[in-house]
Ligand binder design. Structure first.
Ligand code: SF4
Length: 322
């Protein structure tokens, strides 16, 4: 299967300003040389703690945030080179669903107006066609035409997230970025929304970039997983392989913290010391070396190269260069 998305050496650096006059004294590296590709029809999940850069990555891929450097190839076109109008047209193919549906839906608008808005922005459609499209998309996400006249506060959390998904789908995109789409929902509702996302993916041949800190959710939904720490990719691999045989010490620590009811499958919990350093002052060498249980002398000064350890398994760690 061909990649629909290829990210190469993507960087997003912000100037760090201090003092009364906002003097620039450094840079915060929210994304620092991230590369990966996503095949058509698959779900690529990005995991990491808060501050890892995963949300910045999702927004930069859609150019809601402009990258500092690097390339974003979508369907073979480098979208970092596109001007405003071609990028606006391309946005019908690339959509985003946010974590907090309550915050991302205008509370003063009915569901109908929320869903009509993207269509009005991109197309000139007669009113009866708008009406039909809204009713159809509500049905696709498991709601009914009755929900069209409601306001966001009149819906449950799960229904609001279905409206968020419907708003992303109404332009018939090929690719959707989900930023923590179920983390604000109860566990039982999470399962329903995840099942809906799987069903929509196979029915509509969609490709997903799925951002989450919840490894159980990621294991359930993803085909490939990328693990981020301080703006860098630590490891990428096929989901099941990565969960059963993690390579990078950071991935091992994250996975050891997943609750496992089966005693035989339980891993010894790896507790990392210290806090995640600030992206304003990332450690030299391997950015994980200040917390890594396997750190060696060279880890503090030499940045590990990105290495294909085995077929489709990639990591950046000096342990695999030996
Ligand atoms: Fe740990 Fe060194 Fe590997 Fe970094 S490069 S993860 S510090 S062993």
């Amino acid at each position: 299967m061909l990649p629909i998305l290829e990210i190469k050496e993507l960087k997003k650096h912000y100037p760090v300003k201090t003092g009364l006059f906002g003097r620039v004294t450094g840079v915060a590296k929210s994304l620092d040389g991230v590369s990966f590709s996503v095949k058509k029809g698959e779900t690529f999940a990005v995991v990491g703690e808060s501050g890892s850069g995963k949300t910045t990555l999702g927004k930069t891929v859609l150019r809601l945030i402009e990258p500092t450097s690097g390339s974003i190839l979508f369907d073979g076109t480098d979208i970092t080179e596109l001007g405003t109008e071609p990028m606006r047209k391309l946005k019908t193919d690339m959509q985003m669903v946010f974590q907090d549906p309550f915050g991302s839906l205008d509370p003063k608008w009915t569901v109908r107006r929320i869903l009509e808005e993207p269509l009005r922005t991109h197309y000139k459609l007669p009113q009866e066609e708008l009406l039909k499209k809204v009713n159809d998309i509500l049905e696709v996400v498991g709601l009914t035409a009755k929900h069209a006249s409601r306001y966001p506060h009149e819906l449950s959390g799960g229904q609001r997230q279905r409206v968020g998904i419907a708003r992303a789908l109404i332009l018939e995109p090929k690719f959707i970025v989900f930023d923590e789409p179920v983390s604000a929902l109860d566990v039982s509702i999470q399962a329903q929304v995840l099942t809906l996302l799987e069903d929509l993916q196979s029915r509509l041949s969609l490709t997903y970039l799925f951002i989450s800190h919840d490894l159980s959710v990621v294991r359930y939904i993803s085909d490939q997983v990328g693990v981020m720490y301080l703006g860098k990719m630590m490891e990428i691999g096929p989901s099941e392989e990565l969960f059963t045989n993690p390579l990078h010490p950071y991935t091992k620590a994250l996975i050891s913290a997943i609750p496992e009811p089966d005693m035989d499958k339980r891993r010894e919990r790896i507790v990392l010391s210290g806090e995640v350093p600030s992206p304003r002052k990332p450690p030299s060498g391997c950015v994980f070396h200040t917390r890594c249980p396997h750190a060696m002398p060279e880890c503090g000064s030499v940045q590990p190269e990105w290495l294909e350890v085995s077929a489709n398994r990639y990591t950046a760690c000096h342990l695999y260069h030996k």
